[in-house]
Design a protein around this ligand. Sequence first.
Ligand code: ADP
Length: 389
Amino acid sequence: MTAYPATDTQHVVPFIRAGLRRDFSLLLVEDNDHHSEMIRVRLERAADVPIQFEHVTTLADALDRLGSRHVDAVLLDLALSDSPIDQTLAAVQSAFPALPIIVLTSLDDHDFAAATVKQGAQDFLVKTELSGELLLRSVRYAVERKYAETALRQYAADLEHSNEDLKQFAHTVAHEVKNPLSVVSNCLQVLEFDAERLGDVGREMLNEAATAVRNMAQLVDELLGFASVEQRSKSHERVDVEAVFEQALRNVRREIAAAGGVVTSDPLPVVIGDDVQLRLVMQNLLSNALKYRAERRPEVHVSASRAGDQQVITVRDNGIGIPAEHRIHIFDMFYRVNDGREAATGTGIGLAFCRRIIEQHNGRLWVDSEAGRGSTFSFSLPAADEIRQ
Ligand code: ADP
């Protein structure tokens, strides 16, 4: 028997695409001959296109028939001589997951109807109330819905695959590039010992090469960090943002000292999330707040506010700010604002990474900024019920 693959959309040809008027084939699975004759006559009377109508009386015949030729939809009575009423739907579905199924019953039972639709039937019709028009409409609707559902499932599966492939790719490339890069870096260091012999042009080229290698090494490290955080399984537990902040602060203490900056905070809440990932977000934002400083002494303040069932954490700085035209792009991978400042080196990965983490926590990350005066990065996270005031 050939089964329909679970994500195969070929077998479900939507009517909307076919202009709603193509002929179609139906299989009726019904062990009462009187009912089946009634359904056939009503359908044929109402139909404005040819219908290929077939009728079988048992589950075994239905599965056999469905395995041998395409049908657009099945009208399925669940009470059959060779199948218990609570197993018929599942039996057809598991053999033909992409097939639109309309359940027929003699009961006008809403709970039962809801249960079959929940299990994946496209529709539920009461035999005694059946008109040909109602049946036709139901079949068309069932085919459309199943098509959309199957296409969506296929799309989600493709996306999942390509995301996995991409992560794996980034990880492999970063690893592969790391080794030759350290060889080049070592060679450059050896050359630097003998820099005197190189002359001005040679020394300049050596400097440029060393800077390029350093930038590339940073890029590779960040990519690897990105991929490894993506790949580790995330926890979903109560996280004290205050502890996250303290840890992030310790990790950027050298940058604070180098910039002569001051970082202050209000009491911070408890949220639901992954502490390692949230620490990386906090660290990235603090590090940027110091890196993109203005001429004045950098002042960074971290605070929190409650918004419904979310906590909003805010990192405010008095740095160079972000011109309006760049604001929506800074969260894109590799995007950097080119303001001609050589001092602030970077890769353009950090914020893309942060946004991804926050979105995976069902939160949002955004920025408010005034060029020349400073930036305020905010992110929302699900609040844990016990909130520290
Ligand atoms: P990187 O810092 O490596 O360039 P990010 O993704 O962290 O990458 O940031 C992207 C860009 O956004 C930066 O190049 C910078 O132009 C801008 N930016 C980020 N944070 C700030 C900030 N606090 N103040 C001003 N500009 C910022």
